[in-house]
Write a protein that binds this ligand. Structure first.
Ligand code: FES
Length: 157
C-alpha cells in the first residue's frame, strides 16, 4: 500500500508533466522502488494516479525492460547482450556472472540478492562489455572487476 507522502509526491510529479502518460515511467519506477517490483496492486495504483487504464499501464510496463512485472532480487544486474558488447567479450562476461552467482540469465539467486537479466544496449558501447546495477553503469568489465563490483554490491545490501 502506498504511503500518503508517496502518493502526494507522485501526484505533484504527474501535475508537472505535459501529459500524464509522460510521467508514467517515472511513476512506475517509484512504485517499483516502493514494492520491490511492479505488483498488480502497483499497476492499479499507477493507473488510478495517471488516469490510464490498467491495460495501458501494463502495455507501458512490459515495454520497458527496467520495469519488473515479477519479483526480482534486491539488486538487478542488467548485462548488455547487444552487438558492440558481444564483440568485446559480452558473452564471456554473462557466463562469468552466471557462474559467479550460480544462476542462469533470467534467474534470481536463492538468497534473493541478485537477479541477472540480459538487456539491450545500455548506451555505453564504447566501454563494453557493460552492465548496469540499479542506477550505476559499469563498463570495460573484466573478471576481476566483476568480482570487485559484486563484492561491493553485497556490502551495500
Ligand atoms: S552494445 Fe552494450 S552498451 Fe551498447
Amino acid at each position: 500500500m502506498l504511503t500518503d507522502d508517496l502518493r502526494q509526491e507522485l501526484r505533484t510529479r504527474i501535475a508537472a508533466a505535459v501529459t500524464s502518460r509522460e510521467a508514467a515511467v517515472d511513476v512506475m519506477k517509484e512504485l517499483q522502488r516502493h514494492y520491490g517490483w511492479l505488483t498488480d496492486e502497483a499497476v492499479e495504483e499507477a493507473a488510478a494516479l495517471l488516469g490510464l487504464s490498467t491495460l495501458q499501464v501494463e502495455e507501458l510496463a512490459t515495454f520497458y525492460e527496467m520495469i519488473y512485472r515479477r519479483p526480482v532480487g534486491r539488486r538487478v544486474i542488467h548485462a548488455c547482450d547487444s552487438i558492440s558488447c558481444w564483440a568485446v567479450g559480452g558473452e564471456h562476461m554473462m557466463a562469468q556472472l552466471a557462474r559467479h552467482l550460480g544462476i542462469e540469465p533470467g534467474e534470481t539467486t536463492k538468497d534473493g540478492m541478485f537477479t541477472l537479466l540480459p538487456c539491450c544496449c545500455l548506451g555505453n558501447c564504447g566501454d563494453g562489455p557493460a552492465m548496469m546495477i540499479g542506477d550505476t553503469l559499469y563498463g570495460r568489465l573484466t573478471a576481476e572487476k566483476l568480482e570487485e563490483i559484486l563484492a561491493q554490491e553485497k556490502k551495500t545490501l
